[in-house]
Ligand binder design. Sequence first.
Ligand code: C2E
Ligand code: MG
Ligand code: MG
Ligand code: MG
Length: 283
Amino acid sequence: ESDTAMYRAKTAGRNQIAFFEGAMQTEVEERLTLERDLAKALDQNELHMVMQAQVDQNGVPLGAELLMRWNNKRRGMVSPATFIPLAEESGLIVRMGDWVLLQACQILKHLQREGFTFPLSINVSPKQFRQKDFVDKVSATLAGEGVDGNHLIFEVTEGLFIDNLQETISRMDKLADLGIRFSIDDFGTGYSSLNYLKRLPLYELKIDKSFVQDIPDDANGTAIVRSILSMAKQFSLKVVAEGVETQEQANYLMANECDSMQGFLYSKPTAPDVWVEQQRAKH
Ligand code: C2E
Ligand code: MG
Ligand code: MG
Ligand code: MG
């Protein structure tokens, strides 16, 4: 009897191991094909940029963030939450980042021709920023496209300030010489000290949507938002709130002198041409 039980347990165990190995194999394979598809996506025009306006209390756009989208024939839309970390790990983000900068310049010129003069924000990943020739590349792209750096804002995350701070600062200074401004994305969610705030050439802080979504009911989240706004004021930094979805959130932010707001309450990320048409229809 106990022999049979042992036999059963062993068989079940083996099956389970086989099952896990199978699942792991599939996961690894899936990751690899995703990575391969993403590398192809860049060359096969499967990537595009959408924009989301950042508006003042009257709904006037003061800026817009460009966000990447990947539409794959077989997979459909793949979320940036899936493909950006993958691109970051594989190093593909460097080529993708070059492409985003070029897109940003072209979209900027398109918007300018249509009469919109606000700056565009792009997300710059740490790996992209840390390339040795990053400043030269940016400078060459701006020159090639005839775009002035003061129309671009680079969104970086706090992770960039964890090591090699001195080198990061000197690189930021060089980019600032080109006119480029810096915004700290997802501010307050990263693991880094506030000490860097006074040492970096910063323009703006972006309040992470996880805090914005706590306004006004959650006392802790609301306190964090208020602290960020007051700290920004001390350091003469602008503040953008991301992920604004409700009028209550917007009212609170406006009452506390947040400079601009970005979120579904105002607009979803949209293709730039479509956005321009929507603006035309409004006026
Ligand atoms: P992020 O830079 O913090 O971008 C904000 C995210 O919030 C975007 O997600 C945007 O679509 C979403 N969002 C905007 N309004 C609302 C709202 O009202 N409610 C909610 N719940 N969400 C809102 P998305 O486009 O999925 O991008 C996710 C992240 O992927 C970005 O976070 C950014 O870190 C990264 N990413 C996107 N595009 C690029 C890119 O071109 N380059 C790099 N390096 N990273 C990118
Ligand atoms: Mg961003
Ligand atoms: Mg953000
Ligand atoms: Mg965020």
